[in-house]
Design a protein around this ligand. Structure first.
Ligand SMILES: Nc1ncnc2c1ncn2[C@@H]1O[C@H](COP(=O)(O)OP(=O)(O)O)[C@@H](O)[C@H]1O
Ligand SMILES: [Mg+2]
Length: 396
């Protein structure tokens, strides 16, 4: 395959122990496994070889961790990093560091390898929702991106909206529904009561979406009461909590946020970008199956006042959700009222070279390589900040 052997041609793996050892986690047990393989290929290709030694760890769809090596990967397709399931199994045990570095273990009782920082390049539940972040906390290893709290909150569209609304920012009206309630409603009157409530309080079209998901998996645009039950049944295949939202006729505006290296300073916010889906909405098909599924515009065509409003909202949302490191904030701009609404936040946004997050930074003056370096510096700085904290009661 043309160029496939070249993918890591420019990556020299320096031997010096001064280089920061970055464990790049990719793949993962989530519906966004494939996207992660593409994000990881770009991240690995763009990490500064002068500063970093890369330790690629592929997580297969069953959750198994494998210590891949770049030489094996040189046979992979250029745009996507494969997870080699026959590569040695590896684990990140609770704190077992040597005082300086956290250690990866090659199998139970196996050989250990030091790592300085974890870069989780994975999306969706179990990858982006605080689970991996919690594992890194237990292992006492710095990691890129928001901490456990913001990762979990950012994944849960219901809780994220509640916190953003509590900060006084606009959200689209919605109902959050648990599965046992839906089971009861469906049993009682085939969901007619709920459909009526939606008609009265939200109106149609409405959007039905699993609370914890991504990539538009399980999302439905529901045009009438008759379609509601089927949409809910499908969404409940993915989560035990589902949102029913008022559908808005809106432009989709996205902003990249990056923590300031002086953590007391305001986070940096990129110029806004826009996604214009050519489908009914920005569905899974539009995102991944149709290469003309959406146009991406950077910058978004907004006037200076709108740009300023969007940026200030993104900054506030990042802080309201206790984010650290990075996040992509997605807003709706109502075509009729001109009002911005918070839609969702992505704490590990897509990282392919054509993804919105790195492209927004590139257009705002921070190139891809520089962005990756900053993210790792931020992870190390946060770990350092927390290191001095006592875990025990101290006499004053
Ligand atoms: N309330 C809504 N009104 C209009 N369109 C919506 C609404 N909610 C979601 N959508 C459409 O569905 C897409 C995916 O929804 P989103 O909440 O961003 O979930 P995901 O995390 O899967 O990206 C959006 O990009 C948008 O096109
Ligand atoms: Mg989205």
């Amino acid at each position: 395959m043309t160029g496939s052997r070249d993918i890591f041609r420019n990556i020299r793996q320096p031997m010096s122990s001064k280089r920061i050892r970055v464990a790049v986690l990719y793949g993962g047990r989530s519906g966004e496994h494939e996207v992660s393989l593409q994000s990881a290929a770009s991240v690995i290709r763009n990490l500064d070889p002068e500063r970093f030694t890369i330790i690629p760890i592929g997580i297969d769809r069953d959750g198994g961790w494998h210590l891949n090596d770049l030489a094996m990967m040189a046979d992979g397709a250029a745009k996507s990093l494969p997870v080699f399931r026959d590569a040695p199994p590896v684990m990140l045990p609770p704190f077992s560091g040597d005082g300086e570095r956290s250690l990866l273990r090659l199998g139970p009782g196996g050989e250990a390898q030091g790592i300085d920082v974890v870069f989780p390049v994975m999306h969706g539940p179990l990858c982006e929702d605080g689970a991996i972040q919690g594992l890194c906390e237990l292992a006492d290893v710095p990691y890129v991106g928001p901490g456990v709290l913001a990762s979990a909150v950012g994944m849960d569209k219901d809780v994220a909206k509640r916190l953003v609304a509590a900060d006084g920012l606009p959200i689209v009206p919605y109902l959050s529904l648990k599965r046992d309630r839906w089971d009861r409603e469906r049993g009682a009157d085939a969901g007619a009561g709920l459909a009526g409530w939606v008609a009265e309080n939200l109106g149609y079209p409405a959007f039905v979406k699993p609370a914890n998901m991504g990539s538009s998996v399980g999302i439905h645009k529901v045009s009438s009461a008759a379609e509601l039950g089927r949409a809910l049944d499908d969404a409940f295949r993915y989560d035990v909590k589902v949102l029913i939202e008022r559908g808005v006729d809106a432009r989709e505006i996205e902003l990249a946020v990056l923590e300031n290296i002086a953590s007391s300073d305001e986070p940096l916010v990129s110029i806004p970008g826009e996604i214009a889906p050519s489908h009914e909405f920005y569905s899974y098909e539009a995102k991944y199956l149709d290469e003309h599924g959406a146009a991406l515009m950077i910058p978004a065509a907004l006037d200076p006042a709108e740009t300023e409003r969007a940026q200030s909202m993104a900054r506030r949302i990042f802080s309201a959700l206790e984010c650290e490191g990075m996040a992509r904030v997605d807003l709706f701009l109502d075509r009729k009222s001109g009002e911005f609404y918070f839609n969702e936040i992505n704490t590990i946004p897509g990282f392919t070279t054509i993804s919105m997050y790195p492209k927004l930074w590139e257009a705002s003056g921070i190139g891809y390589r520089e962005l990756l370096s900053r993210l790792i510096d931020l992870a190390l700085a946060r770990h350092e900040r927390k290191r001095g904290l006592s875990r025990e009661w101290l006499a004053e």
